[in-house]
Design a protein. Structure first.
Length: 309
């Protein structure tokens, strides 16, 4: 009976895990619409993210409110929400789905470990539970950190070509907002991540937000130093009335140089990274292939030499 109940709980946990993961990473219907809704709330002096986490307002808001009551829970939710935005997950319910995903994964892993360790002694059960809890807490966070790094790498790879195209479009006489919207349309199928960021900035400006504030939010969403420099260049050019197209061309060349240097650094590190797999996996197999036939031959000769005459 206990095993059946445990299997049912594990099945429910797996179903909740799959559902929350699907809602978090797959079903992103309208990220720009969600972003504009948040912008309108801030423009109307609406509630902040922390004050929205109150009791009521649906199951997800109540769930976040319960998590925020835990000591350190509000700070963890705020940091996780920022990391989700930097990973390209911009839905308003993303923090709730991710928190549910991590909690269900933690409890499911702990329940599975408790079932596997049911016949062991208490020290082994305690060690297994601690290991399961640590793995259940750290593994989703490491996956999120990996997503952030991958999203930043995609933005950095797309930035030189996109900035160069933006300078060319600006040189034709279009305004900055129209140029960014045209570039985002052209780059939508090549660099969809950076195209979505540019489109979000344009939509925020059209919604009535100041361009400086929109670029500041772009820097906070991405967390990339190159985009911070680009945003500062655009804002200063608009403020002082200087030519932006030529500055963007020069900046695109410097971005290409940085991308080439990053590629050369990665190639230089590849030899060091390959050293450990070679020592651990290739050299032992090579020693076996080259030495074992000779050793077997020597042993056979010794056996024949020491045999009866």
């Amino acid at each position: 009976m206990t095993a059946l109940l445990l299997f049912l709980l594990l099945g429910a946990a797996l179903a909740a895990l799959l559902w929350s993961g699907y809602e978090l990473f797959v079903n992103q219907e309208d990220p720009l619409g969600d972003r504009l809704e948040v912008l309108q709330e801030h423009a109307m002096a609406g509630p902040t993210a922390s004050s929205r986490r109150r009791g009521g307002g649906g199951f997800l808001n109540s769930f976040l409110y319960v998590i925020s009551l835990v000591p350190g829970g509000e700070g963890w939710l705020r940091d996780t929400e920022r990391e989700l935005a930097q990973a390209g997950v911009r839905r308003r319910q993303a923090i709730a789905y991710y928190t549910m995903f991590q909690l269900v994964f933690l409890l499911g892993l702990a329940g599975l470990m408790a079932y596997l360790q049911r016949n062991n002694e208490f020290p082994q059960q305690f060690g297994g539970m601690v290991s399961a809890l640590l793995l259940g807490w750290l593994l989703p966070q490491q996956v999120l950190h990996r997503m952030v790094r991958r999203y930043r790498n995609k933005l950095q790879d797309a930035l030189p070509d996109t900035v160069d195209l933006l300078g060319i479009v600006l040189g034709t006489g279009l305004a900055l907002d129209q140029s960014m919207l045209r570039v985002s349309e052209e780059m939508e199928f090549i660099y969809p991540e950076l195209a979505a960021e540019f489109s979000t900035v344009v939509m925020q400006v059209k919604a009535g937000q100041e361009r400086t504030k929109a670029f500041q939010q772009l820097v906070r969403r991405t967390g990339i130093e190159d985009i911070k420099s680009l945003s500062a260049m655009i804002v200063q050019s608009e403020r002082f009335g200087t030519s932006l197209s030529q500055a963007l061309k020069v900046y695109a060349d410097s971005l290409r140089t940085r991308r080439r240097l990053r590629a050369e650094a990665a190639v230089g590190k590849a030899g060091i990274k390959m050293l450990f797999p070679i020592v651990l996996f290739i050299l032992p197999a090579l020693f076996v292939i080259t030495l074992v036939p000779g050793i077997l031959t020597v042993l056979r000769d010794l056996r024949l030499g020491l045999g009866p005459r």
